[in-house]
Design a protein around this ligand. Sequence first.
Ligand code: NI
Length: 195
Amino acid sequence: MDIVQAGDPVLRRRATEVPLDALASPFVQQLIATMIQTMRAAPGVGLAAPQVGESLRIIVMEDDDETQWAAMSDARRLELGRRRLVLQVVVNPVIELLGEETEEFFEGCLSVDGYRAIVRRAARVRLAGVDEKGEPVNLELEGWPARIAQHECDHLDGLLYVDRMHSLTLTTAANLDRWWKARPAEEVRRALEAG
Ligand code: NI
């Protein structure tokens, strides 16, 4: 499944709530399965339904890939506040920012292929909704998973990270990887800002 890229109006629309009596329909169940498959194939850690062309309020998130985790240094993991997140499907998600604390880190989007920039996000959130079976979901997330949840919920309101990014830090993913080989994130940021 191709991932819709920036410039397609579906990414800028407010997505529609999924009627709960439609949750069990083959259409919605197939859509959720496609989203999970597409996220894993990308690979990515989150995906919203508009990114596969459907303007519906559904997100999937997962950060539990053994290969990726094995390749990540402890320093990088701590820097990111990254922690494992088992597969979550959230239909009609409602996000609540908890507390005043914010974090700045690089993020990217499968719909803005090849770029990264620093985005300030709340450090902790509560995410509520229902899963693919209609069971209630109520998650308290912090660090990297909290960032994923905020990013994916933004998609449902027609927002992309570029609307929130610190634009001086925009970089290609390839350039960021090069910077990162040698330096911690804070130095990368200063260097990008200095031009
Ligand atoms: Ni995205």
